[in-house]
Design a protein around this ligand. Sequence first.
Ligand code: NAD
Length: 290
Amino acid sequence: MKIGFIGLGNMGGPMAANLAAAGHQVQGFDLAAEMPEGVTKADSATAAAQDKDAVITMLPNGKILSDVASEIIEVMGKGTAFIDCSTVDVDSARQVAEAATAFGLLAVDAPVSGGVGGATDGTLTFMAGGSAEAFAKAEPLFEIMGQKAVHCGDSGAGQAAKICNNMILGITMIGTCEAFALADKLGLDRQKMFDVVSTSSGYSWSMNAYCPAPGVGPESPADRGYRPGFASELMLKDLRLSQQAAESSNADTPLGQHAMELYQKFVEEEDGNGKDFSAMLPRFEKRGRG
Ligand code: NAD
């Protein structure tokens, strides 16, 4: 396929490189980033989008996605796939898909989980929203860039799945960290705490697969001085998106709201920026109730 790829940062760069390595003709555009290996450079977003079978975007937020979409949609050929892999708000994802569909394009919102490691290794998970026809056109590309793609429903369903998952993740990570800090104060050994909780009803991915306590459980960012992994500011972004969506759909999400506020404080007022989101544990361990 001839593919246009717009947004070649930490995630988009290796994803585009994997498509090129698989034999696709990939032309890229980015305001700042270098072209990855095998990807030719376009001089503008519209040049990257013209005469392609599919265009993929991997951009920072919904505003930038909407701006880029309004430039490129009209130069893309009818029946072309417009696949947005960025994490953005559900409303922007739906508006972009609506505009693309009105021009005869096959729109898919397909945010990912798996981080930079998954993007590099081609092991991302895609959560996709759009028509069955649009998903079918995008699926062979997901197979190159990832190991799993779930068709979640109509436009916006991919973003909805992503932010609901990450809202659970933020809440369970905070719960796991505050429980470790309480266990410390009660004189309970962290390894014993892990041995019990990881096989009891308090278990979760945060405890079992990504334990925030250094030296306990499988290797995780806690064992590397909390170098991300998944940075706290990216967790904050996703929690903000979850609360934006909760507001626009009138959903009651008190713990999601509180998790967002804690990560906001951690990133903006404390020393959380640039640290893995599991660094909530050293934050709690230093504090008392006051
Ligand atoms: P990044 O900042 O490294 O990359 C974004 C790229 O977009 C940059 O290179 C930037 O120059 C480019 N860009 C910005 N505006 C542009 C424009 N108008 N035209 C062309 N290029 C433009 O960010 P990233 O880590 O690659 O993340 C991209 C998306 O993936 C985000 O939505 C993020 O939330 C999501 N995501 C990131 C991770 C992660 O671990 N980094 C994991 C899952 C999802």
